[in-house]
Design a protein around this ligand. Structure first.
Ligand SMILES: [Zn+2]
Ligand SMILES: [Zn+2]
Length: 212
């Protein structure tokens, strides 16, 4: 019956206008959002992040957090700059791993909360010791969208990696770590001189220029 469907549609629209569009009138959709918020909290999300990604109202997220963790969510600002990643090549490497997962898992119109749950679960499965928490992993695509970071291709391993837009290097963080004590031309380990420094010329291939 077209008329009946039309009324249902209007009723649905009226209901949808009352809140976040992601918390639609369907009980099923609401339940799905709650499940996502639960999983995000289990993975380490604070109330603000769980609310932002799922659209579940703040009061509900707070109650959920208390019930799951036995304490209120810690307060404090979520990070919004790349400072926390740049201090450490290993963290940058992890950010590139998270970016690779995000690109695979975030085709358009997918539910944001579900994407980040899967990205973080994938990240935990790939790395031995996770250096980035869920908040930091969620920030990675934002840094790209905000134009702070961009994707580069590593000259050595051809992998895509992320770095600040003013980045001048040609190596991904993984290769930077790998070549820290190796000759970039032949890959052999750098020799240590009698003074305890790394030799400026590779003794194996005689390449002079490489960063120490
Ligand atoms: Zn590389
Ligand atoms: Zn060499």
């Amino acid at each position: 019956m077209p008329g009946h469907n039309h009324d249902m549609f209007n009723a649905r629209q009226a209901f949808d206008k009352t809140g976040d569009p992601r918390m639609r009138s369907d009980l099923y959709l609401q339940a799905e959002r709650i499940i996502e918020a639960t999983r995000l909290i289990e993975l380490g999300a604070r109330d603000g992040l769980a609310q932002q990604l799922t659209g579940v109202p703040k009061a509900k997220v707070n109650r959920l957090y208390c019930q799951l963790m036995g304490r209120p969510s810690p307060s404090g600002q979520t990070p919004f700059s790349d400072v926390g990643y740049l201090k450490d090549r290993h963290r940058l490497l992890d950010a590139s791993v998270a970016w690779g997962l995000y690109k695979k898992l975030a085709p358009e119109k997918r539910d944001t909360a579900r994407v980040f749950i899967e990205v973080y679960e994938g990240y935990l499965a790939i790395v031995n010791e996770p250096l980035l928490d869920l908040t930091r992993v969620c920030l990675v695509p934002n840094l790209v969208q905000m134009g702070i970071w961009q994707e580069y291709r590593c000259q050595y391993c051809r992998a895509a990696y992320l770095a600040p837009v003013d980045h001048l290097g040609h190596a991904c963080p993984g290769c930077e770590l790998y070549y820290r004590y190796r000759c970039r031309a032949c890959g052999n380990a750098l020799k240590v001189t009698a003074k305890g420094r790394y030799a400026k010329t590779c003794l194996d291939c005689r390449t002079i220029e490489y960063p120490g």
